[in-house]
Each structure stands twice: as C-alpha cells, then as structure tokens.
Design a protein around this ligand. Structure first.
Ligand code: EPU
Length: 336
C-alpha cells in the first residue's frame, strides 16, 4: 500500500485506500486558505461522508475531508423556514433535528447515509421525495481558484440522481453549506407504493412517515456501519417512451415509474433480480439478499472486485434487456 493516511474508516465500503495528504476542513475560510496554499495546477480530492464513493487504492495529492458543522435559521415567517447547514453535518441527524423542530419536508429521506454536503451532488431521493425540492441554494468554493459562489436551485440543474456537481461545469465546486426551505404546514408525502402499504392502517402524520421510512430502510437495506455498502450501486435507467414500449412487449411486468418528458424510470433492482443475481458472490462482494440493487462487502478491501461485479451485472442486464446501467456512486483515486 502507498504511504499516506488510511481512509478505511472514512468510506462506507471500508476500502483500504490511502490519501497522500489528508486535511480536515472545518470552515469556508480554512478551505480557501488550504486551496491558496496548493500548487496552481493541483486539484484536491474531496471526501464527505464517504457513503457514495468507491475509493481506488490511492488518492494522490491533497484530499479535503469536509467537516464544516452547524445550522442557522436564516428566516422564519411562522410557516416557511430557511435554514443554512454546514456540509459536514450528518444527513440523518439533520433530518431528525428538523422533524423535532416541526420543520417538515425531509422525513422521507431519513436514514440515508452521508453528509449534508453530499446530498445535492446526487440529489438524494427516496420514497417519493428528492432533496432538490427543498434546496434554496448551495454555497460552494472553487477547488482550484478558491472563489466563493452561491448557486441557486436552477444553477444546480437537479435531475434524477444528478446535478451540475456531477458534470464538467460543476465538478470544480466544493460544497460548504446548503440552504433548505422547510415548511411547518407541509403535507405528508406517502404516495410511494411501499410507504403507502406500510401506512395503510395508520394516521398520516409526519411522525408516522418518519417511523415508517426508518423501519422500511432497516428491514431492506444493510446498515453501512455493520455491512460495507453504498446503498444502490446503479441508478434506475431512464429511457424513452419507445424504449419502454419495446421492453414492455417482452416483459409486461417490468416496474416503470414516471420521469420528465414522458420518459420512464425502470426498476434496475427488478431487472437484476430477474436474472437471479440476488445472493451471488464474487471475490468478497455480494449482491444483497435483501435488495438486488445493493452490493455488500464480504471481505473485499479494494475497489477492483466491486467494479468487476458491477460490470458483470451490467453486461448481463444489457444482454438480456438491451438496457444500460450506470453506476450510482462516484469512483475516486488511482489504482495500484
Ligand atoms: N425490486 C425487485 N427486487 C429487489 C428490490 C426491488 O424486483 O431486490 C423491485 C420491486 O418491484 C420494487 C421495485 O423494484 O417494487 C422498487 O424497489 P424500491 O422501492 O426498493 O426502489 P428502487 O428503485 O430499487 C430507489 C432508490 C433507493 C431508495 C428507494 C426507495 C435509486 C437508485 N434507488 O430504489 O435509494 O431508497 O428507491 O425510494 O433510485 C440509494 O440511492 O442508495 C437508495 C437506497
């Protein structure tokens, strides 16, 4: 292993990667100073909660570990509340804190691992809610120039599991704080099928939704503190109306969810499950028994076996359904 700081405890796949030089960042001012001190051409890596990354063996140069804390209520008109939150706060703790304050909108996103700063990057979503619906602005620092910027929701170009931060124009930005708009009078969102079934007998309150989301996730998804995983390993593929028709002719029961512009979001878990992948194991990585979209570590300590199994699954889905699967987590660092 290359010398440097061990990152095993800082990524939920528990991969044995190293960072050449790891710096913990606790404020935007410090972040700007760290960037100013780097070589002009150096591009630092950034780690948040480490819950949606696949770390290759080594991260050369500087890696910034984002640990900016705190939340501040910026405005409150008695109904809508605007809150600024540090990127290094735990996502789930923030969701629970908002719930206890009576600031509603995020309960469906409970128990998603990771940090507040990671949430906008892949526009985290679950049980019928995407975080973008509640984001007012994202505060960023440019990872090479140190310039500060405040991006509006529109600037962030949020889509299903996607945002500007995953594309060339947005990759240079490091998220330092996020502004959320929440609502004391928000309606309960319980239309997602699994949630609707779980709550069919219950009174529809924010308390009930929070408890149901937590219990469904605990039953179906492995806890990353115990079992290495990053949640869904692939995105649900979004395909054209024609593509859906073709697929449905051959596989009438394939689950399809609505997506913008008449496109459809296909259940990747279903495609993978139908091919018998659940429970399959290769070189210390296994397709979860509980959910076919989730890969679990059972001994693997480097990125290679995870990527190899993902490639094998994607190739089998392509062959059987002519549908391409994209990885959901980001791959960072170099191999060898
Ligand atoms: N299904 C199977 N086999 C399985 C699991 C699911 O066939 O092993 C089928 C079932 O028909 C089920 C359907 O897939 O009804 C949808 O399953 P689920 O409700 O679990 O949703 P998903 O589309 O597989 C997405 C998110 C999850 C999120 C859930 C709940 C993505 C990539 N994943 O999964 O997010 O928790 O919806 O809203 O969009 C994550 O991103 O890490 C994550 C866990």
């Amino acid at each position: 292993m290359t010398a440097g700081t061990d990152l095993t405890a800082l990524n939920t796949l528990q991969l044995h990667a190293t960072a050449e030089h790891l710096v913990t960042v606790t404020s935007s001012d410090q972040l700007q100073a760290e960037i100013a001190a780097l070589d002009e051409v150096a591009v630092p890596h950034v780690l948040g909660g480490g819950s949606n990354v696949i770390l290759c063996d080594h991260l050369p140069g500087t890696t910034l570990l984002m640990a900016i804390k705190g939340h501040e209520v910026l405005s409150d008109d008695g109904t809508k509340v605007l809150i600024r939150v540090g990127a290094g706060e735990s996502w789930h703790d923030f969701v629970v804190w908002c719930h206890h304050q009576g600031f509603h909108g995020l309960a469906n996103l409970a128990l998603i691992p990771g940090s507040v700063g990671g949430a906008p990057i892949q526009n985290i979503g679950a049980y019928g809610v995407e975080v973008a619906e509640h984001i007012e602005a994202v505060h960023v620092v440019h990872r090479q120039t140190g310039e500060r910027e405040c991006l509006s929701r529109e600037d962030c170009a949020f889509r299903y599991r996607d945002s500007v931060f995953k594309h060339e124009a947005g990759v240079p930005w490091i998220i330092t704080e996020v502004d959320f708009v929440l609502d004391r009078e928000a309606l309960v969102e319980a239309s997602y099928p699994t949630l609707r079934v779980r709550l069919s007998e219950a009174e529809l309150t924010h308390d009930a939704v929070l408890a149901a989301v937590i219990s469904i996730r605990r039953e179906r998804l492995p806890d990353p503190v115990i079992t290495p995983n990053v949640g869904s390993f692939f995105k649900n593929p979004v395909i054209s109306p024609q593509g859906i028709d073709i697929l449905r002719q051959r596989f009438p029961e394939v689950p399809v969810y609505p997506a913008p512009n008449d496109a459809g979001k296909i259940s990747a878990a279903w495609l993978i499950d139908q091919l018998g992948w659940r429970g399959e194991e290769r070189d210390g990585v296994k397709v979860s028994d509980g959910h076919a979209l989730v890969l679990e570590g059972c001994g693997a300590r480097s990125a290679a076996p995870w990527l190899a199994l993902a490639e094998e699954i994607a190739a089998s889905v392509k062959e059987a359904y002519n549908v391409s699967l994209d990885l959901e987590p980001r791959v960072i660092g170099v191999t060898g």
